[in-house]
Design a protein around this ligand. Structure first.
Ligand code: FES
Length: 191
């Protein structure tokens, strides 16, 4: 899940923040699991993203203060991974893999289709604010290419038609559970 083309505007700021009191036990627990505070950077970024929806400079500064490192170090980690959001996104984040296996079987066609049907702005966000589209590097599902990750779930062997079904399901509030092709009994409800 390394970094790739971005989807949003530059990192912004929302003012100084602290961990909510209710999260303090979780922060303490995360810190206790690692030999050094610095080693907790990724789980703390994940917790912060869960809490504030995306990581602006003030959220990164909070994580940096929590683990006693310069904010630039936390920013470097957050910037490397596409799973960490550096700008607000729609409710559903579509991360389409465009690495070799997916590229060979139509990733660009999928991206072009999504761009067209979602009517995206310059930052990759749909007009209705529901969707954000990103291109990302390999998500380790190469055998089921082309594929994308929608929030925390994989949709594989995509076609323009299956993309339409996925979008319609998300828009209707009844997300489509797409069977994993090689393990048909598995389904992936989208939260
Ligand atoms: S190349 Fe697309 S998942 Fe690996």
């Amino acid at each position: 899940m390394s970094s790739s083309s971005g989807h949003g505007a530059a990192v912004a700021s929302r003012g100084p923040i602290e961990w909510p009191a209710a999260l303090q036990p979780q922060v303490t627990d995360i810190l206790s699991r690692y030999p050094t505070r610095q080693a907790a950077v990724m789980p703390l970024l994940w917790l912060a993203q869960d809490t504030w929806a995306w990581l602006d400079l003030d959220v990164m500064r909070l994580v940096a203060r929590t683990i006693d490192v310069p904010a630039s170090q936390v920013h470097a980690v957050a910037s490397f991974y596409t799973m960490f959001k550096k700008a607000p996104t729609g409710k559903y984040l579509f991360q389409v893999c465009h690495t070799l296996s997916c590229a060979l079987v139509g990733a660009e066609k999928i991206v072009a289709h999504l761009e067209r049907v979602l009517e995206l702005d310059a930052h990759g966000n749909s007009k209705d604010g529901l969707f954000t589209l990103m291109r990302v590097e390999c998500l380790a599902s190469c055998g089921s290419a082309p594929m994308m990750q929608v929030n925390d779930h994989f949709y594989e062997r995509l076609t323009p038609e299956s993309c339409d079904q996925i979008i319609a399901g998300l828009r209707s509030g009844k997300p489509l559970a797409v069977p994993r092709p090689e393990v048909n009994e598995w389904t992936f409800p989208v939260s």
